[in-house]
Design a binder for this molecule. Structure first.
Ligand SMILES: C[S@@+](CC[C@H](N)C(=O)[O-])C[C@H]1O[C@@H](n2cnc3c(N)ncnc32)[C@H](O)[C@@H]1O
Length: 221
């Protein structure tokens, strides 16, 4: 009995510190491009060809975990306004510089920690690409999903892209980088549970029992 409690406490502390390590990693990150370049080229092609035709044009977009803004700028080509937020000040500075060089006046970037700070407004499209796998804590994951729902306007869209496990939850960690691969059914149930209906999914990549997919969710009117 005592051993079980001790073991459970150890596991709990391990999970907490894993989450802190993951967030510390991203806070000081200077790049998000950890996969081969072809992966990001395919992401861009899918966004243009399959994702954008399913989303409204001319609206307000929030891009959470915008990195250096490579994909934020794709939204900006079609949106009225785009707010990109990221926990990393270096990535936000780079994104701001690139947008200025390209005269993208409808994009604004802010350094914001999604898990700790306010984001004001509601948006026609809330994009959160590759971010929940950086959240190695189940309570915070659930809170994040609820937050995505709150940030979308009624009848609005939430778009995610995530690496998920086709079997049990799995975690990969190396040098402070932590990838949390949640079971795909459990992941989707969490969105459904807050009133985000799955509209469409597109696979971007797959590897050893994992799938990397875009999901388009629609909020109830
Ligand atoms: C795997 S990268 C994805 C970047 C980009 N969205 C893409 O699709 O390539 C995850 C991004 O989420 C950001 N991020 C992680 N935790 C965050 C948090 N708590 N608040 C805001 N951004 C966060 C990271 O800094 C990083 O830029």
């Amino acid at each position: 009995m005592l051993r079980t409690v001790v073991q459970k406490t150890r596991d709990f502390l391990k999970r907490i510190s894993r989450h802190s390590r993951s967030q510390a990693y991203w806070k000081k990150a200077t790049t998000t491009f950890l996969a081969p370049p072809e992966y990001y080229d395919r992401q861009e092609a899918i966004m243009r060809e399959s994702l954008f035709p399913r989303l409204p044009d001319g609206g307000a977009v929030l891009d959470i975990g915008c990195g250096n803004g490579r994909f934020t700028l794709l939204f900006a080509e079609r949106a009225r306004s785009v707010l990109g937020i990221d926990i990393s000040p270096s990535l936000v500075a780079e994104a701001t510089k690139i947008a200025a060089e390209r005269n993208r006046a409808n994009v604004e970037y802010k350094t914001i920690d999604l898990l700790k700070e306010e984001i004001h407004g509601v948006f026609d499209v809330v994009s959160c690409l590759g971010v929940t796998s950086c959240i190695a804590n189940e309570d915070l994951f659930r809170k994040t999903v609820r937050r995505l729902q709150t940030l979308a306007r009624p009848d609005g869209y939430v778009v995610t892209k995530e690496s998920l496990s086709l079997a049990n939850d799995d975690v990969h960690e190396s040098n402070g980088y932590v990838a949390t691969y949640r079971n795909i059914d459990r992941y989707l149930k969490e969105f459904e549970g807050v009133g985000l209906r799955l509209d469409h999914e597109i696979e971007l990549a797959n590897f050893s029992g994992k799938t990397n997919r875009f999901f388009v969710f629609r909020k109830s009117p």
